[in-house]
Design a protein around this ligand. Structure first.
Ligand code: FES
Length: 99
């Protein structure tokens, strides 16, 4: 039987960085890589590493609403994301962390 464990992260943030090179709309059109980098830096600066993880993801199947960011296990979706939404995402993450 395969080993199964609970993830150590309170929040795992996925930023779609899929890039179709202009062939069709994709989240990279909205500079999602820069948003992901900013989120990673802010998480690190807050000392949340180990409790919060920021990862790139492939297509979430919601391309027309991109750039897309999702937080699990909270199942929160931030469509049409720009760097301006980063403070709101960080506040949402902070509300999930124990005091
Ligand atoms: S390219 Fe990001 S959801 Fe499809």
């Amino acid at each position: 039987m395969p080993e199964e464990q609970t993830l150590p992260y309170i929040c795992h943030v996925f930023v779609c960085t899929n890039d179709r090179q202009g062939a069709r709309k994709s989240c990279a059109d909205g500079n999602s890589q820069a948003i992901q980098s900013l989120l990673k830096e802010e998480v690190k600066n807050r000392g949340w590493a180990g409790r919060v993880r920021v990862s790139s993801s492939g297509c979430m199947g919601l391309c027309s609403k991109g750039p897309n960011i999702a937080i699990y296990p909270q199942k929160i979706w931030f469509p049409s994301a720009t760097s301006a939404i980063v403070p709101e995402i960080l506040a949402k993450i902070a509300s999930q962390l124990p005091e």
